[in-house]
Design a protein around this ligand. Structure first.
Ligand code: AHG
Ligand code: MN
Ligand code: MN
Ligand code: MN
Length: 318
């Protein structure tokens, strides 16, 4: 692994340790609740959204491994100040995923994606356009899940492994050697309250799951929804399952809620590296050409058999 990439991953891991500690303080340090600031997503920022964003930015900007950073919580890219050395990589991240869970002590996480800075960018400033790279070109991807345990799940393109934070030692310990998503599942994760906005193929798939063994699937299904993509995806990676945040059928551009660059792409890389599949319903997530830093897409990912079935229903519907 190139030295700068190793350094980048070590710095992100160290930042996630601090985010874990900070999230764990919650009300003790008056860290719950929101600010009167709306981010570029149109969401009211939580205190921990901004604090975690700044932890990752301040940890990474001086180390000489990055040319620029981008985040859900920043409207545009953050260039490395000229007083610091400029590196070969670009980091794009979701500092707190599942922010609506913060005040109710639910699962939250951090998601990150590593891209190469274009060769020719060494002689000029990096631009937002330099971030709009295909997901299949990511160098590395990972997430930290802040639950009963804090676990960092990572891929550099050679499989998926997980390390758990040993709080007494302050060290990450290898606990998940090679994570692999079971090919089939009887568990789906979706926010049912959006059912009226799903396209027909998703309606068809979910209805078949709900009918259970008396219907075309012949088996009963279970449902989960953690309101944190990291939480639901960690469950998929651990025991199988399919996660759906479908595109909204009211949008002709097939936009969904989740963001391509720092949610769908990194999670899509992890899921594929673990033997699963990730599409927007029709297109492989990692093959979607980005058009904007905060572009939204539909997301259907997890156990390969179920994702392929749902994608097949979409193809029949076109
Ligand atoms: P974020 O907190 O980074 O804005 O992301 C939240 C996302 C994702 O984590 C989760 O699966 C989804 O939003 C939950 O959406 P609903 O609240 O609409 O269920
Ligand atoms: Mn998120
Ligand atoms: Mn977020
Ligand atoms: Mn958000």
């Amino acid at each position: 692994m190139p030295a700068q990439l190793r350094l980048l991953i070590e710095v992100v891991a160290r930042a996630c340790k601090l985010i874990s500690h900070t999230v764990g303080k919650g009300a003790l340090d008056n860290l719950l609740g929101q600010l009167d600031i709306e981010n570029v997503q149109g969401e009211i920022q939580k205190k921990l959204d901004v604090i975690s964003n700044d932890i990752l930015l301040e940890a990474n900007e001086w180390g000489g491994h990055l040319a620029a950073l981008a985040s859900e919580e920043m409207e545009t890219i953050h260039l490395i100040p000229h007083r610091y050395p400029k590196g070969e990589y670009q980091l794009v991240y979701d500092p707190i995923d599942g922010s609506s869970n913060i005040d109710v002590n639910g699962i939250v996480g951090t998601i990150f994606s590593v891209l190469r800075a274009p060769e020719e960018a060494s002689g000029r400033e990096v631009t937002e356009q330099d971030f709009l790279q295909l997901g299949r070109n990511q160098v590395a991807a990972g997430y930290a899940i802040y639950g009963p345990q804090t676990v960092l799940v990572l891929t550099v393109g050679t499989g998926v492994f997980g390390v758990t934070l040993d709080r007494e030692m302050g060290s990450w310990m290898l606990t998940h050697e090679r994570m692999s998503i079971p090919v089939s599942t009887r568990e789906f994760a979706i926010n049912m309250s959006n059912a009226r906005h799903w396209a027909p193929p998703v309606q068809r798939y979910i209805n078949e799951c709900l009918v259970g063994q008396t219907g075309p699937r012949g088996v009963d299904f279970n449902m989960r929804w953690m309101a944190s993509m990291v939480g639901d995806v960690h469950s998929n990676l651990t025991r199988g399952g399919v996660f759906l945040y479908p595109w909204d059928a009211r949008h002709t551009d097939r936009a969904g809620k989740l963001r391509l660059m720092y949610e769908a792409n990194p999670i899509g890389m992890l899921v594929e590296q673990a033997g699963g599949a990730a599409t927007d319903g029709l297109r492989r997530i990692l093959d979607i050409t980005p058009t904007g830093l905060h572009q939204r897409v539909g997301v259907i990912l997890g156990s390969r058999e179920e994702v392929e079935r749902i994608t097949c229903y979409h193809r029949e519907d076109t």
